[in-house]
Structures are given as structure tokens and as C-alpha cells.
Design a protein around this ligand. Structure first.
Ligand SMILES: Cc1ncc(COP(=O)(O)O)c(C=O)c1O
Length: 393
């Protein structure tokens, strides 16, 4: 094919050069080709509540949201988000100035970083990190500074001294994620209090990705950073309907923050998608008003799935980091005689018909992530049981 340009310059913007095709595309294609069970990408294999789906159909039929909705999001959804934050966490947000609806949490992350980060700014992020963080920091021209969560007594923990040491005069913001993908760690109130104290002391902004806020297990408690002293005015909190209501394809997310932070993020968001998902916004407004029983049942069902897959992986010989939150179980493959998660995951579909994700893709320090492999458990019980049988074989 003829070259698109006569210059020797690569086509892809150099800020994106290090980000090839995501591992999820490669592994999902492998799953299709081999007929393997896909425990790679984190999406449920059943849809969320029927009444929420019906609410979307009703909105479509009634012509609500079929044309460009308001830039910040439809008022019904902004109000529902503010009500949710008040009801669950005692946080007060003005739906008109302190809530912004986005095209999923992914756009909220991108818009927040594009709005708040300048070239030369450093962004301290927990490693392993959700893959869009690195790309969004790069698009903003920022420099990512990873602070690695390390295995300690069965879970991955944040070393607060390492976090403190990572902060320099160039640090602009902390990018936090709790409950944490891929490790399943839920940062404790004490850990988050220390993070908050550091943010206040060093006068940093904080962007906190809390999309798994409703997926915490056992006695783990989700503590929104914005509830901690000194944080309400400096924190951009990101949420999403995808995980909480099992409609990951709808891409309805949101930001809650102080008015000037929301205004900044909105400035970037308006040139990314302008607006998104009109009818789904009305449906998500209804979903957020579901009774507590919905959230409790969802958590109970996900706890059972976690237990099923964790037991199966343990029986199959993996070391399991039992997650306190999210959809994911991180395992260590070394007890099975392997230490390279990439090679392991590339061979796993052929060997036993299951797809998983090598955690190394979530690390700058690939060797730190090499022996870890992530499995998603947001699947039907029979699918998880089948996967477990295959893994044991
Ligand atoms: C930590 C984290 N943040 C954000 C997202 C993306 O959310 P959304 O689908 O709402 O864009 C995901 C999806 O897997 C995630 O795991």
C-alpha cells in the first residue's frame, strides 16, 4: 500500500507510541480462536436488572435522550448521583455544579488528566494500574511515577513510605484506585487517611477511581477519599454504572468534585465526546435509586463467585491473593513451576481452555509483575465451575 506520508516520521503520535494493541484484544481473540473460556476481560456474561434495561427501552421510546443531552449530563442522572453520594457516604454535591456525566469512567479518567495535568507534571499512580491511566497521563504530556503495591501476607499492600518518597516538587496529582484492579486490594481507612494527609501536606490534587465501590467483600469497607479531612475540595471522584449494574456496554460514568474541578474536567470532556449515551443516562438514574437490597444481593452473588473461583484456583495449585474487592483474582503462578505470566497466558488457552491476563501489562516494572496472572470472576457460576474443572485438569 502507498505510504500515507512522505516524511520518515511515524504515523502514530509519539505520546502513544509505547501503547500497542491492548492485551485484552489479543487474549479475547485467542479465546475466540481456541474456544477457551474468557476470564480475561472484566465484563459480566449476564446483563444487569431487567427493570433497568426496561428503563432504557422506555427512555428510547419516549424520546428522552435521543438527541444531544445537556453537556454535564441529564439533570435526573446528576441528581441521582448526588443522592447516591449523600445516601451512602454522607457526601453533599450540588447536581448542577459538582457532578459531571461522562462516557464511562474511561472518559472521566482521560478528561480529568487532560484537564489537570500539564507537560512536565508528575502523576503518582498505584502500580499495577488500570491500562488507560498510563495512556491518559501520556496524552496529557505528564510523567507517570508508579508506586508499586507489593504482596504482603496474602494481599497487595501500599507502602506509605514509598508513596511519600515518590512525591517531588513536580508532582501534580495522585491517581488512586480503590477497590483496586487488578489486585483486588481495598485500601483501608488508615491507609487512605495517610494518603489524604500527604495530599494535604503537599497540596496535591487527587483523582480517585472508585468504579468498584459496591464490590467489596467480607469486612472490607469502601472509604471514598473525598470523605476524609481536607479532601473534599481537592479530590475528583470517578464512578461508573458499568460495574455496579452490569451494563458495561452502556458507558455511563461520572465525576463528582468541587465546582472548579468539575468545570476543568468538563472543559476537556466537551471536546472528547461532548455528550454521551442519552437514553442510558435516564436508565442509570433509575438504577442508582434501586433499594439497598439490590446492592446487597449483587455483593452476595459476587462474593460467592469469588469464593468459587478462588477455591478452584487454589486447588489447581495457584497461590491466590483473595480479593477484598473488584471482579478480579490475582494469582502467583510460581507454585506451578512458571514465572513468566505472558508465556503462561499465551499457552493457557491451548493447554486447558481458559484465558487469563498477565498482570505484567499493568506494570512499568515488568519484572515486578511477571509471575502474576489475573482471572475475572464476573461470570455465570456454571462457566466458573467449567473453568475450574479445566484448570485442575
Ligand atoms: C479500575 C477501572 N477503572 C475504570 C474502568 C473503566 O470503566 P468504564 O467501563 O466505565 O469506562 C475499569 C474497567 O475495567 C476499571 O477496571
Amino acid at each position: 500500500m502507498a505510504r500515507m506520508t512522505s516524511s520518515a516520521r511515524p504515523l502514530l503520535n509519539r505520546r502513544l507510541a509505547e501503547f500497542g494493541t491492548t492485551i485484552f484484544a489479543e487474549m479475547s481473540a485467542l479465546a475466540v480462536r481456541t474456544g477457551a473460556i474468557n476470564l480475561g476481560q472484566g465484563f459480566p456474561d449476564t446483563d444487569g436488572p431487567e427493570q433497568v434495561r426496561e428503563a432504557a427501552v422506555r427512555a428510547l421510546r419516549d424520546g428522552r435522550g435521543n438527541q444531544y443531552p445537556p453537556g454535564p449530563g441529564v439533570p435526573e442522572l446528576r441528581t441521582a448521583i448526588a443522592d447516591h453520594q449523600r445516601r451512602r457516604y454522607g457526601l453533599e454535591f450540588d447536581p448542577d455544579t459538582e457532578v459531571l456525566v461522562t462516557a464511562g469512567a474511561t472518559e472521566a479518567i482521560a478528561a480529568s488528566l487532560l484537564a489537570l495535568v500539564e507537560p512536565g507534571d508528575e502523576v503518582v499512580a498505584l502500580e499495577p494500574y488500570y491500562d488507560s491511566y498510563a495512556a491518559s497521563i501520556a496524552l496529557a504530556g505528564g510523567t507517570r511515577v508508579p508506586v508499586t503495591l507489593r504482596p504482603h501476607e496474602g494481599s497487595f499492600r501500599l507502602d506509605l513510605d514509598e508513596l511519600r518518597d515518590a512525591i517531588t516538587p513536580r508532582t501534580r496529582l495522585l491517581l488512586i484506585n480503590t477497590p483496586h484492579n487488578p489486585t483486588g486490594t481495598v485500601l483501608t481507612r488508615a491507609e487512605l487517611t495517610a494518603v489524604a494527609e500527604l495530599a494535604v501536606e503537599r497540596d496535591l490534587l487527587v483523582v480517585t477511581d472508585e468504579v468498584y465501590e459496591h464490590l467489596t467483600y467480607d469486612d472490607a469497607e469502601h472509604v471514598p477519599l473525598a470523605t476524609l479531612p481536607g479532601m473534599r475540595g481537592r479530590t475528583v471522584t470517578i464512578g461508573s454504572s458499568g460495574k455496579t449494574f452490569s451494563f458495561t456496554g452502556w458507558k455511563v460514568g461520572w465525576v463528582t468534585a468541587a465546582p472548579e474541578l468539575v468545570a476543568a474536567v468538563r472543559s476537556a470532556k466537551q471536546f472528547l465526546t461532548y455528550v454521551s449515551a442519552g437514553p442510558f443516562q435516564y436508565a442509570v438514574a433509575e438504577a442508582l435509586a434501586l433499594p439497598d437490597s439490590y446492592f446487597e444481593e449483587f455483593r452476595a452473588s459476587m462474593t460467592a463467585k469469588r469464593d468459587l473461583l478462588a477455591a478452584g484456583l487454589t486447588d489447581a495449585g495457584f497461590t491466590v491473593f483473595r480479593p477484598q474487592g473488584t471482579y478480579f483474582i490475582t494469582t502467583d503462578i510460581r507454585p506451578l513451576g512458571f514465572d513468566d505470566g505472558f508465556a503462561f497466558c499465551r499457552a493457557l488457552p491451548e493447554r486447558c481452555g481458559v484465558v487469563a491476563i498477565p498482570n505484567a501489562v499493568f506494570y512499568d516494572d515488568r519484572t515486578a509483575g511477571a509471575p502474576f496472572v489475573r482471572f475475572a470472576f464476573c461470570k455465570r457460576d456454571e462457566v466458573l465451575s467449567d473453568a475450574v474443572t479445566r484448570l485442575k485438569a
